[in-house]
Design a protein around this ligand. Structure first.
Ligand code: NAP
Length: 282
């Protein structure tokens, strides 16, 4: 019997239990996947969850907002990608050590690859936001050879600079630019942006009428739009981009991919992605 779960807050709309219960059934494993709501600042509760992993009460955990970074000091080791990203979403025990890993970055890249038809010699992406998911996306894109421009709110300048400094020291060269997420700055960007990724929560349920893209600003010609938000299934950004003739998708595929990768970390078993898509569709 394997016990899995998710730490975060709030968790009421999480699809993770549906995905992981379907995964357990698909590989005929007995087990459960529980939600562990831990409010911001409840460090003692996070420490209890870390102990539950160490003493074998729980065998694997996902971590989501707001604990992807706050839980890191409680872990013994980080995988190289989790260390570079500076955030974890998957915890497991290996050789008696509590390990933090990040499956958001490979999950994003795996889903993007299905969606993108890009043969351009130079790949240019615009990433909106500078939070935890943006860090995973930027890490994934830089490692995949993209030039990345971050677009952020003025109030997030310090956060974005921290992100850029940490990645510049890893990547070694300045592959990252920074602009404000405002019509003026975005309108002055050079052409050639092939990919726009929304890594802000703008448009997420229940505030589904909003888009992070400034209204009336044309989208870069021929760009594709990847919105990490997956609830609602069609976000305002995706609807607007499609109405402007662009190809656009929400982040359900990334959610499925990262779940499959986390499940493999805990169980060593690969789950057919159709099973997971089937579960969320149902
Ligand atoms: P986060 O750490 O809170 O970061 C969000 C970023 O967006 C921060 O830089 C935040 O700035 C900024 N932001 C917030 N409101 C904004 C606004 N109105 N305009 C512009 N920027 C704004 O959250 P996260 O973990 O990165 O998650 C971001 C989104 O990605 C969420 O909707 C999440 O559900 C989604 N996500 C999807 C997947 C998937 O598998 N599809 C995986 C991970 C995340 P402040 O810090 O100043 O608020």
């Amino acid at each position: 019997m394997i016990h899995l779960g998710l730490i975060g807050y709030p968790l009421s709309h999480s699809l993770s239990p549906i995905l992981h219960q379907a995964a357990l059934s698909a590989v005929s494993m007995q087990g459960d996947y529980r939600l562990y709501p831990v409010a911001p600042g409840e460090i003692g509760r996070l420490a209890e969850m870390a102990s539950a992993l160490r003493n074998g009460e729980v065998h694997g955990l996902n971590v989501t907002i707001p604990h992807k970074q706050t839980i890191m000091p409680l872990l013994d080791e980080l995988t190289p990608s989790a260390k570079a990203i500076g955030a974890v979403n998957t915890l497991f025990i290996k050789e008696s050590k509590l390990i933090g890993h990040n499956t958001d970055a490979p999950g994003f890249l795996a889903d993007l690859a299905k969606f993108l038809r890009n043969n351009a010699p130079e790949k240019k992406a615009l990433v909106l936001g500078a939070g935890g998911a943006a860090r995973a996306v930027v890490y994934a894109l830089l490692n995949d050879g993209w030039l990345v421009t971050l677009a952020i709110r003025r109030m997030d300048l310090a956060q974005a600079r921290t992100l850029m400094e940490s990645f510049n020291s890893i990547v070694g060269i300045r592959l990252l630019n920074l602009v404000l997420l405002e019509a003026g700055d975005l309108g002055r960007l050079d052409s050639g942006i092939q990919l726009i990724v929304n890594a802000t929560p703008v448009g997420m349920f229940p505030e589904t009428d909003f888009s992070p893209w400034p209204s009336r600003l044309p989208y870069p010609d021929g760009a594709v739009v990847y919105d990490l938000v997956y609830n609602p299934r069609l976000t305002r950004l995706v609807q607007d981009a499609r109405a402007s003739g662009l190809r656009a998708t929400t982040g359900l595929g990334m959610l499925v991919e990262q779940a499959a990768l986390s499940f493999a970390c805990w169980t060593g078993r690969e789950v057919p992605l159709e099973v997971l898509y089937g579960a969320v569709e149902a």
